[in-house]
Design a protein around this ligand. Structure first.
Ligand code: NAP
Ligand code: ZN
Ligand code: ZN
Length: 351
């Protein structure tokens, strides 16, 4: 297969700095588009994967799955996009297209295994897929999203993973008027969960381990913000919420929150702590509560989320960096020192 060499940032092994490298992108197939990447967000999943937190990371790895930019070229059968269009690629770049999940636009659950935009087996070129810390990406138009023109493009990049990952469960568990929603953790996902749940009409209670974020949470739109290390405050929330979205990235005690939903309520995990979590039986048995999970969202739902965010003028609070600051950014993300998402200005790749 014909390929094109493009510049990217990645690493060959765990715990080694990312650096400039050349990678190959396939020449356009009839249904492919080429996207010049303008901005790419940095998700905690990028950090988990470069560190091989879950095992199975394929090196070299080029992370990045919150990708926005402009279409530069289209294949001869492309009809959704033309050169010059604003567009985006999120977490998914391929799936079988035939199984019941793909047919239902739930590509994230594809029976044959979804192809993520980075660190998945690349069906075309072999090796692993390379993500958005690069000049450009080539993707079948089925997996490319239309970016609303009204949103600030850099601040909208995190919607492509953080946004859809919280939108999908908030919608599925029916966050809306009359519902009290709890969110755990104010990071990239958590701060967007506050904004999106509020826009859906829910009453939002935020739980944070960081005293300095309590005031911020109110500015982000939360109705109440609780310091989760304060046992007295925490005890007031027993049996008071309908649904809790847990975005915490490291091992934590979910039992502290499992008594907070009312009967039939759920705690839904989207965070990916690498270690197993334990659950006290009485916390789910009493009140018929559920502990559940959710994985990103399908392509149609991602487009729906982008349109919802455009309608409600929702973007992430970002710190824009140059690609040369990437290793410092990952160190700071690991320490929880980001308000609330790093986004890379990919023009810096040419510096
Ligand atoms: P992030 O920006 O680092 O935010 C994580 C937040 O978790 C932190 O800001 C912190 O909030 C809280 N936290 C960290 N350590 C904690 C601890 N020991 N106890 C309690 N809270 C703690 O990360 P992110 O990008 O939002 O991603 C969050 C998680 O979701 C990651 O594991 C990521 O891999 C995962 N993820 C999953 C999906 C999916 O489809 N399921 C998609 C994207 C990301 P406070 O300071 O407010 O306490
Ligand atoms: Zn992500
Ligand atoms: Zn499928």
């Amino acid at each position: 297969m014909e390929t094109k060499t493009v510049n990217a940032y990645g690493t060959e092994k765990a715990n080694a700095p990312l650096h400039s490298m050349n990678i190959q992108r396939r020449e356009l197939l009839p249904h492919d588009i080429e996207l010049e990447i303008h901005y790419c967000g940095i998700c905690h999943s990028d950090l988990h994967q470069i560190k091989n937190d879950f095992g199975g990371t394929m090196y070299p790895i080029v992370p990045g799955h919150e990708i926005v930019g402009r279409v530069t070229k289209v294949g001869k059968h492309v009809n959704k996009f033309k050169a010059g269009d604003l567009a985006a690629v999120g977490c998914i770049v391929d799936s079988c297209g035939k199984c019941e999940y793909c047919q239902d636009d739930l590509q994230q659950f594809c029976d044959e295994g979804v192809t993520y935009s980075f660190n998945s087996p690349d069906k075309y070129l072999g090796g692993a897929t390379f993500g958005g810390f690069s000049e450009s990406i080539v993707t079948d138009e089925k997996y490319v999203l239309h970016m609303p023109e009204t949103l600030d493009l850099a601040a909208a990049a995190p919607l492509l993973c953080a946004g859809i990952t919280v939108y999908s469960p908030l919608k599925n568990w029916q966050a809306g008027p009359g519902k009290k929603v709890g969110t755990l953790g104010i990071g990239g996902l958590g701060h967007l969960a506050i904004k999106i749940a509020k826009a859906m009409g829910a009453y939002v209670v935020v739980f944070t381990t960081s005293p300095s974020k309590v005031e911020d949470a109110k500015c982000l739109g939360a109705d109440e913000a609780v310091l989760s290390t304060d046992a007295e405050q925490m005890s007031k929330y027993a049996r008071s919420l309908h649904f809790i979205l847990d975005t915490v990235s490291t091992k934590h005690d979910v039992n502290t929150y499992l008594n907070m939903p009312r009967h039939d309520g759920s705690v839904v995990l989207v965070g990916l702590p690498p270690e197993p979590l334990s659950i006290g039986a009485f916390n789910v048995v009493v009140g018929r509560r559920s502990f559940s999970g959710s994985n990103i969202g399908g392509i149609a739902e991602t487009q729906e989320m982008l349109d919802f965010c455009a309608k409600h003028n929702i973007t992430a609070d970002i710190e824009l960096i140059n690609i040369q600051q990437i290793n410092e950014a990952f160190d700071r993300l690991e320490k929880g020192d980001v308000r609330y998402r790093f986004v890379i200005d990919m023009a810096s790749l040419k510096k």
